[in-house]
Design a protein around this ligand. Structure first.
Ligand SMILES: [Zn+2]
Ligand SMILES: [Zn+2]
Length: 149
């Protein structure tokens, strides 16, 4: 189980020049329309529950990991298997625009922040500052969002 977003441990070694790989990952966004007509725009990866974990991508819904490769990731998101599984985790009405999906009895996935939060902390999470900031961004994007069609 994952816990609320933890900061990366700091193990900086200044003489080893930044080993952090630079990933060129264009973000696609998509629009989520709520039952009350409110709109939010979130990144496609976030919507699909794709987390980055070092050199891997992890799908929180399928509980699968794949190479950190844009093609693998897009193929996963488009796969029928993933889409079916994702349908089994709808955004819960109770949380409205906060876009939480229930993963299990102990965890929820926050589509706004792209994190897994413990169920006990779900309310604290959505009232938290960082969630509010992300939510405002998602709402702000909706004001200027133009689908490419
Ligand atoms: Zn998946
Ligand atoms: Zn959140």
């Amino acid at each position: 189980m994952s816990y609320p977003a933890l900061r990366q441990p700091k193990n900086l070694k200044f003489n080893e020049k930044s080993k952090t790989a630079v990933y060129n990952e264009p973000q696609n966004f998509l629009i989520v329309t709520l039952k009350d007509g409110k709109k939010l725009v979130v990144s496609s990866d976030t919507y699909h529950g794709i987390l980055t974990a070092g050199e891997l991508y992890r799908c929180v819904f399928c509980e699968t990991e794949m190479a950190r490769d844009v093609i693998c990731k897009e193929r996963h998101k488009a796969s029928e298997n993933h889409r079916k599984i994702l349908e089994g985790y709808p955004h819960i009405d109770e949380f409205k625009e906060n876009l939480l999906r229930k993963l299990s009895a102990s965890g929820h996935y926050c589509t706004v922040c792209n994190v897994v939060v413990m169920t006990n902390y779900a309310y604290r999470h959505i009232e938290g500052y960082s969630h509010q900031v992300e939510l405002d961004k998602a709402k702000g994007r909706a004001l200027s969002y133009k689908p490419n069609c």
